[in-house]
Design a binder for this molecule. Structure first.
Ligand code: SF4
Length: 304
């Protein structure tokens, strides 16, 4: 049984864990390779992989593993991306069905090289998943499509249950952390989704430990709430390699807990906040809420 190495002498106690990697996971990884598919879970070496996969959620990365951008925290390769593969949406759907997934997250690198930013491939993947696994929850974690409304509308029209777009950090640090993105543009993406279809849940995520202050984090949470965002994830930034931004601070679990409570007081439907929290962490917990509300909505229509 392979071990996931997360032990690092300079990590504080709460970040020192060794997680077993069940054989079932290795079997799924082999399936992914045979299907020529990528997951963020693997490429980001996410510590939560065994937990999420065994709970029935995974994050697929479409549109290849080469990005047109160069964010200071991200281990994904930058360069000339691969051509769009028209068979990929159905391959994702078939593997997701074989894995017995109930909550599927679809994400991608930034494809500024494509006129539609990859929004067409997102829409095709959402439709393939809904067709193949009708009762599954489909969450998309998208780039900002350079704020183009017609690209956002293309994804919205495919009706994902959850539309996630990470703002990643506070306004002051955007230029260092994600130089090709913008704080206001990311807020506009999330607002546009809600304007185009208020029944879609929106979600965003922040990493901590890059030098932000408590006040700046709370202001970012407020800005997201004002943009109508329903769900929020807050996690600890961990440096992938020496080439990436240094960690300025390891945030204590008590501070994460304070942000969780504040987030719920601000009206977020769901807040996952903790050192190991990632964008799709515990996605199932939020999708159970989505399912419950969806059933209630259907029930209300039928009894009307
Ligand atoms: S846009 Fe996304 S995939 Fe590309 S470098 Fe930034 S975080 Fe990584």
């Amino acid at each position: 049984m392979a071990q996931i190495e997360l032990v690092n002498r300079k990590f504080p106690e709460w970040l020192k864990v060794r997680l077993p990697k069940p054989d079932k996971i290795q079997h799924i990884e082999q399936m992914m390779r045979m299907a020529r598919l990528h997951t963020v879970c693997e490429s980001a070496r996410c510590p939560n992989l065994p937990e999420c996969w065994s709970k029935g959620s995974a994050t697929f990365m479409i549109l290849g593993d080469i990005c047109t951008r160069h964010c200071g925290f991200c281990a994904i390769k930058t360069g000339k991306p691969l051509p769009v593969d028209p068979q990929e949406p159905m391959r994702v759907a078939q593997i997701a069905k074989r894995m017995g997934l109930k909550h599927i997250v679809v994400t991608s690198v930034a494809r500024d090289d494509l006129p539609d930013g990859g929004s067409g491939q997102f829409a095709a993947t959402i439709r393939a998943l809904h067709e193949t696994i009708p009762h599954a929850i489909v969450e998309v974690l998208t780039p900002d499509f350079k704020g183009k409304t017609w690209c956002i509308r293309r994804v919205v029209d495919a009706q994902p249950e959850i539309f996630n777009h990470n703002i990643e950090t506070v306004e002051r640090l955007q230029a260092i952390v994600r130089p090709q993105a913008r704080y206001d543009r990311s807020l506009k993406v999330l607002e546009t989704v809600k304007r185009l279809d208020p029944t879609i849940y929106t979600k965003s995520g922040i990493m901590l430990g890059l030098g932000e202050t408590r006040e700046e984090v709370i202001q970012t949470m407020r800005d997201l709430r004002n943009a109508g965002v329903d769900a929020l994830t807050i996690g600890q930034y961990l440096r992938p390699t020496q080439r990436h931004l240094p960690v300025q601070e390891y945030i204590h679990p008590d501070q994460f807990e304070e942000y969780r409570v504040l987030g719920e007081e601000m009206g977020f439907l769901f807040v996952a906040s903790g050192p190991f929290v990632r964008s799709s962490y515990n996605a199932i917990a939020f999708s159970q809420r989505v399912m419950a509300e969806r059933l209630a909505r259907v029930g209300a229509v039928e009894s009307a």
